[in-house]
Design a protein around this ligand. Structure first.
Ligand code: GLN
Length: 304
């Protein structure tokens, strides 16, 4: 398989598509991103990495960070995590409040905002300095010490984050948030603000395709069984109320973020990441989704 030729071909194709969608404006700092950028990267199991377009430009990974938060939390206390968040797709938008009342403050899954806020609360409980620990974790996974939070994005989300504040207070009223809402939100917005390129993302997620082993370090991040479960949660919940659509058209576990990035995992074969800031109505990048659909189809990659 000539992945470089495939990525080049997909890049020129998607860049020629009619321009649709807009950048995420509800986080004011993200509204400044140039909308027509596009990048794609693929890291094959042997470590060879291919990229095209803006694959080395750093972007705000936003909800892709939820998988990194979850991985760190599961590596520390797996049972605690699954006693406080569920594993069912929500079928609702990422920041929805509705199910939480019926389900008494227990989020449907760790990849919607409510679930990720609980995971942040768990990490605040398990780690003395979770922001620093998360940064070291991600830097080690991606093999690049220069990866950092984008503090302007974090502050911008903190000031405009009424919905996440509401979600946290609501869950706190049911006893599923232990720390102060300010502490939880501060950690959450920093995690979402991580600035990484498609290249960083495919390196950082290599353990998801390598049965729990980070490559090339060979450090075990999670057990084989834990990684299977995380991939299952990504497949069923990674795109909110568009998860079925991604599973149907792409057929790989993945996770999107409102920064326009998407990571997709083909276990035992590769990790891929695509980025383009214009989003569809459900908050998922239009061109990144389309690029990954073409990649999966033409490389015959699917978990099914
Ligand atoms: N930080 C964003 C938020 O909470 C993440 C949402 C997303 O990427 N879907 O709204």
């Amino acid at each position: 398989m000539n992945y470089q030729a495939l990525l080049d071909e997909i890049t020129s194709e998607v860049l020629a598509l009619p321009v649709r969608g807009d950048v995420a404006r509800y986080i004011p700092e993200l509204a400044h991103v140039r909308p027509d950028q596009f990048g794609i990267a693929l890291r094959r199991q042997d470590g060879t990495t291919f990229g095209a377009g803006d694959w080395e430009v750093r972007f705000s990974i936003q909800s892709i960070a939820k998988v990194l938060l979850l991985s760190l939390a599961c590596s520390l206390d797996n049972d605690l995590v699954w006693s406080r968040v569920g594993v069912e797709p929500s079928g609702d938008p990422f920041n929805s409040l509705v199910q939480l009342e019926f389900e008494e403050g227990m989020p449907r899954n760790p990849l919607i905002n409510a679930g990720a806020l609980v995971v942040c609360d768990i990490l605040l409980q398990l780690l003395p300095d979770p922001k620093t620990e998360l940064l070291s974790f991600v830097r080690a996974l991606a093999g690049d010490k220069s990866i950092d939070f984008d503090r302007a994005v974090a502050m911008s989300e903190l000031q405009s984050g009424s919905r996440n504040r509401a979600l946290s207070h609501f869950m706190k009223s049911f006893g599923n948030i232990e720390h102060s809402v300010d502490e939880v939100l501060d950690f959450y917005v920093h995690a979402c603000s991580l600035a990484m390129s498609c290249n960083h993302v495919v390196q950082a997620f290599s353990f998801m395709a390598e049965h729990g082993l980070n490559m090339p370090s060979e450090v075990r991040v999670l057990s084989v069984s834990q990684v299977r479960r995380l991939n299952a949660v990504m497949l069923t919940c990674g795109f909110y109320d568009e998860s079925g659509d991604f599973a149907f058209h792409v057929g790989l576990p993945g996770k999107s973020g409102v920064g326009g990035g998407i990571v997709a995992v083909c276990p035992g074969r590769f990790t891929a990441a695509a980025w383009s800031p214009r989003l569809g109505t459900k908050g998922n990048s239009i061109l990144a989704t389309e690029a990954l659909r073409r990649l999966a189809q033409r490389s015959n990659a699917s978990v099914f």
